[in-house]
Design a protein around this ligand. Sequence first.
Ligand SMILES: CC(=O)SCCNC(=O)CCNC(=O)[C@H](O)C(C)(C)COP(=O)(O)OP(=O)(O)OC[C@H]1O[C@@H](n2cnc3c(N)ncnc32)[C@H](O)[C@@H]1OP(=O)(O)O
Length: 231
Amino acid sequence: MDSAGQRAFPGGRTTRVRPLVILGSGGLGRQIIGLAQDVEQQASTYKLLGFLDDGVDEPDVWGVPVLGGDHQLAELDARYVIGVGLPTARRRLADLAASYGREPATLVHSAAWIGLHTSVGAGSLIFETAHVVAGAQVGRHVMMEVNTFAGHDSRIGDHVLLAGGASVGARAVIGDDVMLGIGCIVLGDVVVGDRAVVGAGAVVTKDVPADSVVVGIPAKETRLRRGRITA
Ligand SMILES: CC(=O)SCCNC(=O)CCNC(=O)[C@H](O)C(C)(C)COP(=O)(O)OP(=O)(O)OC[C@H]1O[C@@H](n2cnc3c(N)ncnc32)[C@H](O)[C@@H]1OP(=O)(O)O
């Protein structure tokens, strides 16, 4: 990379390398380090600067500098990605970043599968072994962890978390701010309403109302006993 932040490729082609920060340095935030490094090596579009995290006093996390709290994003000329899992927190951080005029980065691992006629919204994170199958539309600030699957012609809303192994069947529609727990399956053509939570291991066979919580096989509505979701 030269001093202007450009990287030269054989044949004289250059690309702008943009600084990147991760909002949140917890488990999901740390998971993004490897994703960012893969994108850096494959595409040379981003260079990871560090984390922003209000709750950390350490100078670094896993060797990646902690540059300050979330508000520091206002001062940094950097793209950002969201490193927290809960959809409501993902929405809050996206709104904060937008209020600072910052643009998100979209990171797709070189070992993810992105099919034909698909789209992946700004700020979304597609980890290794995730599959976005032909015709699927993935919204903004979605996190598709390892072994997740968006079936053909499915629609995934904004700020959705697909935890490891979660699968969405063909033509299914997942609303905004939905959490799909580890290893759950949403069958084809099913609609999951905004802000719903699908518990780990659930198999969703019929439509899920907005703001509801479903668990089990077949998935049935329940309520949160602890009043909160742990990501
Ligand atoms: C990288 C990452 O890891 S991202 C993190 C992704 N996180 C997940 O996938 C976790 C998803 N969360 C869950 O599945 C949660 O257990 C929830 C949200 C469905 C339920 O939360 P809570 O109501 O707080 O659960 P709590 O632990 O209090 O359990 C309440 C009851 O539901 C049962 N229960 C909890 N989760 C499930 C589940 N996924 N399937 C079936 N039953 C469940 C419990 O056994 C308990 O039953 P009991 O009263 O008979 O003992």
